[in-house]
Design a protein around this ligand. Sequence first.
Ligand SMILES: [Mn+2]
Length: 434
Amino acid sequence: MNYKFLVTGDIHLGRRTVHPSEEITDPDLSVSRSWQKLVDLAIEHEVEALLLTGDVIDKENAWFEALHRLSTGLEKLNEHRIRVYAVAGNHDALVLPQLSEMRDRLENFNLLGRGQYWEVVRHICRDGREIEIAGWSFDKEHTKVNPMAELNQEPSTSPALALLHTDLDGPSDSYYAPTTSRDLADSGWPVWLLGHIHKPEQRQTQSPLILYPGSPHALHANETGSHGPWLLQVNTEGVISTDQIPLSPIRYDEIEISLDGLQDADDWRSRFLTRVEEQAGHGNHSVNYRVIDLVCTGDPDLFETIEKHFQEDSEREISRSPSLYIRRLINRTGLPPADLDHLAGKKDLIGILATLLKDFDHPENNESLRELIQQTRLLKEKVMRYETFKPVLDVTDEETAGPVDAEEKIEELLREAVNEWLTELRKQEIESQK
Ligand SMILES: [Mn+2]
């Protein structure tokens, strides 16, 4: 007998995805629409229970309305005798406990581990089998406590599941309940379903299984790729399968496009767009909007022309149904196609810049690069404090992005600057050798 569970987290009910084109204000882009679809999926797949790994409700945005929508969905699940097990994350640490007090109406809703302690409950499956589910909830917005230090109980059923909102393998002084993969492996619990990281990722498939289902609805351009809840199937031996069910109406991707061979073509635009559409491929059936960041490589001469062309919003939507929209162009062109390993061996400024550029993929190996990123971050923070600069800063991005996302953005800015500088120097070098 297989037992099915639907797993998701980081829904952030109350938010809506802002499409980069102001023209597009489809109600499908609101997260509450995705929550309704999630509820329908749980019913359609006749799951044993819906498992929520925290940050179901967004703390600041219209939480009263969000609470109402959440409870409406829970009632519908209750009508179909589907239970819901949840842990609170940093965003809904205060809201979810309120919801669990509405137990007279929402008898199927179980908040596990309220007050930052471990709670183990027994879910009784439709055929009578019992499956233990463990969970630990945030009771405030920030906590540096490692919850794993307090889990002393091993499961007494097979299978057994554990839910936690945590910063796994992050900094040990993280504000978001830091834990390590080692902690999870040592716990004796075979299946870990986690929340906090919006990128869907199965970190380990066994001993134990570690799954970040990610946000079911992509909320930000950094949340690239396919998003949706996961169907988890288990039996008495363990995990049978984990499959993501695409649900998000919007999908972000970063794709690489070479500008080589376009420079002299009269119809560079149509050839460029063909390349983009080929590279982007097809989304999936759930996606109505695709938003693309284009990493341009190869011949640098055309970059400026292309960038200017796509400054017009009307040019950015390059196809409809599903809509394909270019959000931004990232300049990684170089002359000739950069052999960074070779360039990095040079003893001049080009060598220094090429080394920096190479190390952007692994900043942990290069101390001066880490220092550079840190200094830039501090500078940005300083600038942010001046009212004068507020209008020119991308405030909407800062609102939705967490601290990690902000860091990534700085790295991207720096990377582009270093690349442009390197390309310019190499151009000059080639000129001078002519
Ligand atoms: Mn979180």
